[in-house]
Design a protein around this ligand. Sequence first.
Ligand code: ADP
Ligand code: MG
Length: 245
Amino acid sequence: MTILRAQGVTKRYGGLLALSEVDVAIEENEFVALIGPNGAGKSTLLNVLTGLTPPTAGTIELGGRSITKASTHARIRAGLGRTFQHGRLFDRLSVLENVMVGAANRPGRSEAQLESAARTSLERMGLGHLAPSRISSLSYGNRRMVELTRALAGEPRILLLDEPAAGLNSGEVEDLMTRLRAIRSEHRLAVVLIEHNMGMVMRLAERIVVLNFGRKIAEGTPAAVQADPAVLEAYLGAGSSYAAD
Ligand code: ADP
Ligand code: MG
């Protein structure tokens, strides 16, 4: 079953077409990578899916229901989870409190249930020892992991991740990959991952969607996309390397 479907999504900023007629369908429990050169529209698509940015045209369905006009909060309650390219944690709250905010996305939980759900999420991510720490005292890598934990604590049906590995060192990237794999085996959820690290994309993604200048130029298995001339050209044109490392 399709969990998230975007159809004909267009986003215009003045004269700039950040997204043009983009169709994307994500299946339940599927791991999809969203790639493309800088400025391709990846973050804009995530912002449209999560309701942060209204589309100029197009429709979005979550679990078969239209959410095109739903607020971000309503989408989160309906099962959407996300992290941001530039993290948004509450610096002066503790790790536990931040994750409790994520857990509160499931309606009807008492304070005690929120705390217990947040602690469980932290334990699962190997971060239980950080529960009392203030966000401002954490390393950058740990902040990013707490963001991911906070999104998971809302028990999303689909998790949207915008460059979660950006700024992490190679050990932290390996750790993130291990966690993402564990998340997939422990939770029943779909993941959409925006990521520049092609090694990571190739190892995690079942399917890849490629954007360039706001258009979807390719989609398919990692092997097919990697060999697609339009994809190679988009990356070479942008002056980036596209070798899987
Ligand atoms: P990506 O995440 O693929 O690097 P973005 O989605 O951030 O790309 O941006 C796509 C295009 O839309 C870029 O040209 C960017 O400058 C433009 N853009 C993004 N957000 C805004 C905005 N709020 N106002 C104007 N232009 C924007
Ligand atoms: Mg981006």
